[in-house]
Structure formats: C-alpha cells, structure tokens
Design a protein around this ligand. Structure first.
Ligand SMILES: [Zn+2]
Length: 81
C-alpha cells in the first residue's frame, strides 16, 4: 500500500496517510476539519545525494594599519556687489 502525503491547505497540517489505491482520497483535514486536505504529489525516487560541501582554506585577510587621512577642500564662491 502506498503512502500518500497529505497536506491541508487551510491550516497547513500535513500527514502521511497509508491508503489503498482503490481508496478514495481524503478531503477532510483531521486537524481543522475543513475539506482542504489534499494529496501531495511526491516524487518517489527522488533522493538528495551529496556529501555536503567543503570550505577551502580561504585566506583573504590583510591586516594593514595605516592612518590615511584625506582632506577635502571645498571652495565656496560668494559673489557680492
Ligand atoms: Zn486543516
């Protein structure tokens, strides 16, 4: 018997339901009681394969201490009679 993943569209309650193929799909949510219980489409052969990701030793830290002072000179032109 296949297991169907159900999820309620109203309250978000999800549950795996063991059903026969000939069984009628459920509609009533056992959590909130609303007829929003829907069968989810699950890909049965889908697996995530992967050993994860590794972090390379990234050295990008450059510590340089220096007092850099930049002065900005603003010219204000005032014309008077
Ligand atoms: Zn619900």
């Amino acid at each position: 018997m296949p297991i169907y993943a159900y999820r309620c569209a109203e309250c978000g309650f999800s549950k795996d339901v063991l059903q026969k193929i000939s069984d009628a799909p459920l509609t009533a949510c056992p959590s909130c009681g609303k007829p929003a219980f829907q069968k989810q489409i699950t890909a049965a052969g889908f697996q995530l394969k992967g050993t994860g990701w590794y972090v390379t030793d990234f050295r990008g830290g450059s510590s340089s201490s220096g007092g850099g002072s930049s002065e900005q000179s603003a010219k204000t032109g005032a014309s008077s009679d």
